[in-house]
Design a protein around this ligand. Structure first.
Ligand code: SF4
Length: 416
């Protein structure tokens, strides 16, 4: 049995398409509802996590034309930007490339990811330009002043990822944990949205390829092709979209043991054209392997678990117990929160929260609570049980963007 993309689009425009999120498909399997190929026209998938290959291309006016020849150095809220490639000679404006992983020169806990969220949230951004003749110019801008902003992800939406532990007695600073990773076997950190992940639901890659339409941080965008270092074993995608159409809720900074990083949210629609494609979207967390690697050097696999062990049955957001709140202890937890979601009085800003779980691990006295789980695994003949201490993917944002895409398709605002 099969159907064409034109037939799917026709059903969508007639308001007759059966559109499901990947999560609804998985839930139907768990509930033994036995959906068949005939019942499903489109499945929307989603992922959200740290994506270090994120960069933004901006064009901003700084002075009147002719005031300086060209920019040598540029900073946005203290985050270094790369002027160019176009020098914009004597135009008073700058073309810039800003990395999501770039760290602020003064505030090392602020970086490109935080800057992108601030821009999209309409915050005032300090622009400092040093011209080639050494003169400096300053300006404050908001998103309204960006003539052009395009986000480019050189490697995004990885087909799930890796979990990390520290098997030694030292402490490792790494981007793979919100804090330095203590050993031995004290912390378990992982990335990947498991059964919701786009590529995981189309492992044959018959649908997700160059030109595929997507939602990137809420904006309509497209797949440019495979991402850098993409391989059959570890595929990822190069993506782009107009940043001015994005929403700040889907993108932001995430502090790690090695400085601030950037997270993004992506949704990709899968038209269910044949039985094989329908079979692929039925994979469950419990069937998706998750390699556990040594955080030293990151490539040494030590053991394996599944995404079922890290996601299924666990809470997605922490709760705050005011009765256990201690101002002094909380200061450190507030500082460690990767997305700055914890306030002075201990309450959690749930719009900023990533559900990473670090506050739960750090508040030994139960100020923050969440069933985040622990993972059993073997290395050689030894068995371990290590608590999950930092999730670097956010299942709530992944779900939310997949639902948004389902809605847009259903309303005829997103053609496949
Ligand atoms: S789970 Fe806790 S530490 Fe993590 S982002 Fe939310 S409030 Fe911050």
């Amino acid at each position: 049995m099969s159907r064409t993309i034109d037939e799917v689009n026709k059903k969508i425009s007639n308001g007759e398409a059966n559109i499901f999120t990947a999560e609804e498909i998985k839930d139907s399997i768990r509930n033994e509802e036995n959906l068949s190929f005939e019942d499903v026209d489109v499945v929307t998938t989603g992922t959200c996590g740290i994506m270090s290959g994120t960069a933004a291309i901006f064009h901003i006016e700084v002075t009147d034309p002719g005031v300086f020849q060209k920019a040598k150095k540029v900073y946005l809220n203290g985050v270094p930007a790369f002027p160019g490639p176009c020098p914009n000679e004597l135009l008073g404006s700058v073309d810039l490339i800003v990395y999501g992983t770039e760290h602020g020169i003064k505030n090392h806990q602020y970086g490109g990811g935080f800057l992108f969220k601030d821009i999209l949230n309409g915050e005032k951004i300090d622009v400092e330009v040093e011209a080639v003749d050494g003169r400096k110019f300053e300006k404050q801008v908001t998103i309204e002043d960006f003539q052009r902003a395009q986000l480019l992800g050189t490697r995004m939406a990885f087909k799930n990822y890796t979990a990390f532990i520290n098997p030694l007695d030292d402490v490792v600073n790494s981007i793979f944990n919100g804090i330095p990773t203590k050993g031995a076997f004290d912390q378990f950190t992982f990335s990947g949205c498991g059964e919701l992940n786009p590529i995981q639901n189309n492992v044959s890659r018959t649908l997700i390829k160059e030109g595929t339409k997507i939602l990137l941080n809420g904006a309509k965008g497209m797949v440019l092709g495979d991402g850098t270092r993409s391989s059959d074993l570890k595929p990822n995608l190069m993506l782009t979209a107009d940043m001015l159409q994005m929403s700040g809720e889907y993108i932001g900074g995430f502090k790690t043991g090695a400085g601030p990083e950037v997270y993004d949210s992506i949704a990709i629609p899968l038209p269910i054209l044949n039985e094989k494609i329908f079979e692929e979207v039925q994979i469950l967390n419990s069937e998706i392997p998750l390699t556990i690697a040594d955080i030293h050097g990151r490539h040494l696999p030590l053991s394996e678990t599944t995404y079922g062990a890290v996601w299924d049955g666990h809470d997605e957001r922490p709760t705050f117990n005011f009765n256990r709140f201690d101002e002094k202890i909380n200061e450190g937890i507030k500082r460690a929160c990767p997305t700055n979601a914890i306030s002075e009085n201990g309450t959690i800003n749930l719009d900023k929260c990533f559900g990473c779980g670090l506050c739960v691990y750090l508040s030994k006295n139960g100020t923050y609570n969440m069933n985040i789980g622990s993972v059993d695994f073997d290395i050689d003949d030894r068995s371990f049980n290590v608590p999950i201490t930092c999730r670097q993917s956010d299942i709530q944002r992944a779900r939310k963007i997949a639902i948004k895409l389902k809605r847009l398709i259903g309303e005829g605002e997103f053609e496949l």
